[in-house]
Design a protein around this ligand. Sequence first.
Ligand SMILES: Cc1cc2nc3c(=O)[nH]c(=O)nc-3n(C[C@H](O)[C@H](O)[C@H](O)COP(=O)(O)O)c2cc1C
Length: 357
Amino acid sequence: MRIHAPLFWLPPEAAHAAAVATLELVGRRPALRRLLRARLAVANPLLETTCFGLRFPNPLGVAAGFDKDGRAVAALESLGFGFIEVGTVTPRPQPGNEGPRLARLPAERALVNRLGFPSEGAGAVAARLARTPRTAPLGINVGRNKATEVARSADDYIVALRTLYAVGDYFVVNISSPNTPGLRDLHRGDLLGDLLEALRGEIGTQAARTGAPPKPFLLKVSPDLPEASLDEIAGLVIRHGAAGVVVANTTVDSPLIARANVGGGGLSGAPIRALVRRLVREFRRRLRGRAEVVGVGGVFGADDAYAMLRAGASLVQVYTGFVYEGPGMAGRVCRGLVALLARDGVRSVREIVGVDA
Ligand SMILES: Cc1cc2nc3c(=O)[nH]c(=O)nc-3n(C[C@H](O)[C@H](O)[C@H](O)COP(=O)(O)O)c2cc1C
């Protein structure tokens, strides 16, 4: 039995809240953090990588949605993750959708959620992150409030970005949650171009104010994109100076969603692995090294992470795999990656990124 198995006796949201609360407590105790790091984390130069100007101790990160309010960053680092992406953070606090809104499909190693961005709001999250000790890159994923008109979406992203700019190392613009009405419309070329340009402008303003180079921003996309839209999206990412694309969010296109009985939502975990890996490859080819791909979807073990890197992801993230595999996951995946890199005679992660693209 894995140490986190009792969490599965609780309803999914209660289990999640308990996990985050425990991690938050652990994060406040430096001696405990050191102990966990010594027991679980894998430090190996083979795993170190540089991506959009940031240095990562390893390429395995925690995906957005696990730590929406930035409570668990210090503890997640000590479990051995190479970076953490907090959020989605909305500019103003909001409760998210009514429950039930999260379900497990254990036989499929999947989750279905329609949380709808419960968030403490950018101000509270910024204050907490400013007090958080950390050693690895921190991404901040931003979104818009449900009550905001679709036409005013860019204002929300900009307010969230401005509020959080000082405390993050990179930013992710989430236009791909299926649980906020109208959000995925922002994949449309005209809207997306305007949004990315507005974000680039705001980052430029913040950078000028602080006298430091502009921080990188990425776009998080849906896995349900029509093939015909990929060229346009990749082109806009390059044209508007985004550092990369996070591929991908949850899918709405699966019969498994109805089986979860939460009234719709997005599916994550093992069933989206192949879909996401294919999309990573498609984006890698189209971005031609001018922007990076961060791969997320269905990673449970080192083989999955390795395949994602080979498909073209410079970094890999996990959410559902972490829920099922538990706190030892980062260490296990990192140890496995070291073995796979050594087996293939590869001297650094970078060398195998995209070899199967
Ligand atoms: C319960 C839950 C909540 C999520 N919340 C967010 C979120 O707030 N913002 C976001 O960009 N992605 C969110 N995601 C999507 C994940 O970051 C990830 O893209 C997706 O789950 C696929 O990865 P996985 O198969 O490893 O879970 C959420 C996923 C789950 C399961």
